[in-house]
Design a protein around this ligand. Structure first.
Ligand code: AMP
Ligand code: GLY
Length: 425
């Protein structure tokens, strides 16, 4: 079967490597993929948001199945467009992808259906927001309604910062049209847990939990990034927390989407905070996380292609989804300066086989005259597995140390918080 994967980051590389394990998958195309993915898939097209181009390609190439991963094409309706020409897909339709596409939609959904989340107010004009902030609890969290490349959230530690956040979003439009409307919400505290789940709109199967490291620098300092590394499982996600999440968050969310006529099929990502009052939803994503996928999928024991097709066909309840017992750690190698200014174009060298069976998932990499060079902020991730988290972290750093490009930078404390939490337990 010919499979098309829409996207071109480390997450898509991890997906593609896993899809290739199924012998039914004879050819994989990545739209647009990247120079590193080119070793595992045929890379075509230039952009994951070129819906017309994707549809045209799928039609001409007679694609049998498509996996749409990034938020933008999902929110734009890539799955609807592919379904229209008869290509079955993994991923939600546009009307369900709104769960990530609009923060106001998702907050109102949670309020309507009693799903635990931070208290909030919605504002459509800056004057009302500024008036509200005069007496609102501080810190306050100011969020742009629409998608903003994961950057549309400002945590304001002072009232002045909160005023500035509103002005920058609603007047200066730092996130463009995404800041036309905003949400101001209560600041929550507690460890964060990412739970990706498979759902066909009837059954929801959580994958192994994970922990992202979003800040650029060690000790969770510096600017927010797309994610500098991940570990799985997340020690804060105990069996008790998992049970509570299933009852109060996962099933109610899937039900709520059905009741709204927006059945969600695909990977529903729950960004959770384990607060003193129990788990609460920080955000929903309508897709696999990056770099969560790079630790979650290597731990998947069941066949990914089989599970994905079961999701598409509404057969998830009858399909086994099993994870290995071990642990995984992914360390991101970024271009120094990321997430701000950085230089690219440096040759990447890596041994043919990494120590400890570790794997590389390429993100910002391209082929230049036959040489693989850095081409983005996050260049690649190195994932290692082991029986315990401490060893997985050691292995990942050992393996990451064998991969080089000028200007490379990684955090040195991926997994440290998780290991400290394990010690407390
Ligand atoms: P998001 O883009 O929604 O994932 O938000 C980015 C980060 O901001 C999250 O990972 C949290 O660390 C933080 N955050 C978002 N909402 C809240 C909140 N209500 N309280 C505390 N931190 C938050
Ligand atoms: N790593 C967070 C995300 O994919 O949104």
């Amino acid at each position: 079967m010919k499979v098309l994967v829409v996207g071109g980051g480390g997450r898509e590389h991890a997906l593609i490597k896993k899809l290739k394990e199924n012998p039914l998958v004879t050819e994989i195309f990545a739209y647009p993929g990247n120079g590193g993915i080119a070793a595992d898939a045929v890379c075509v097209g230039t952009s994951a948001t070129d819906i017309d181009g994707i549809v045209e390609f799928a039609k001409n190439e007679k694609i049998d199945y498509a996996v749409v991963t990034p938020d933008d094409p999902l929110i734009l309706g890539a799955v609807d467009a592919l379904n229209e020409i008869g290509v079955p897909c993994f991923g939600p339709e546009k009307k369900a992808a709104i769960i990530e596409g609009s923060k106001i939609f998702s907050k109102n959904l949670m309020k309507k259906y009693g799903i635990p989340t931070a208290a909030y107010e919605v504002f459509e004009n800056p004057a009302d927001a500024l008036e509200y902030l005069k007496t609102a609890p501080i810190p306050a969290v100011v969020k742009a309604d629409g998608p903003a490349l994961g950057k549309g959230v400002i945590i304001a530690e002072t009232r002045e910062d909160a005023y500035r956040a509103v002005e920058s979003m609603m007047n200066d439009r730092i996130f463009g049209a995404s800041g036309t409307k905003i949400v101001i919400e209560e600041f929550l505290t507690g460890p964060e847990v990412s739970v990706l789940s498979f759902t066909d709109g009837k059954t929801v199967v959580p994958m192994v939990s994970s922990m992202d490291h979003k800040r650029a620098l060690d000790g969770d300092k510096g600017l927010n990034t797309g994610g500098m590394g991940t570990v799985a499982p997340n020690p804060y996600y105990t069996e008790e927390v998992a049970k509570e999440c299933m009852e109060k968050i996962f099933l109610p969310t899937v039900d709520a989407m059905n009741k709204e006529g927006r059945t969600f099929k695909g990977c529903l990502y729950f960004g959770l905070m384990i607060t003193p009052d129990g788990p609460k939803v920080i955000e929903y994503n309508c897709r696999f996380g990056d770099p969560e996928t790079q630790v979650v999928l290597p731990l998947l024991e069941s066949d990914l292609f089989t599970v994905m097709r079961a999701v598409t066909d509404g057969r998830l309840a009858e399909t086994e989804v099993k994870f290995k017992d071990g642990c995984a750690c992914c360390v991101i190698l970024a271009s120094d300066g990321y997430p701000q200014k950085y230089q690219t174009g440096f040759p990447i060298t890596a041994p043919g086989t990494l120590p400890h069976g570790a794997e590389i998932f390429y993100a910002g990499a391209k082929n230049k005259d036959g040489v693989l060079v850095s081409a983005g902020g996050r260049v690649l991730g190195v994932t290692a597995l082991a029986d315990d988290l401490k060893t997985a972290v050691e292995y990942a750093y050992d393996a990451a140390g064998t991969v080089h490009f000028e200007n490379a930078r990684m955090r040195s404390d991926i997994g440290a918080r998780a290991l400290a939490a394990e010690d407390i337990d």
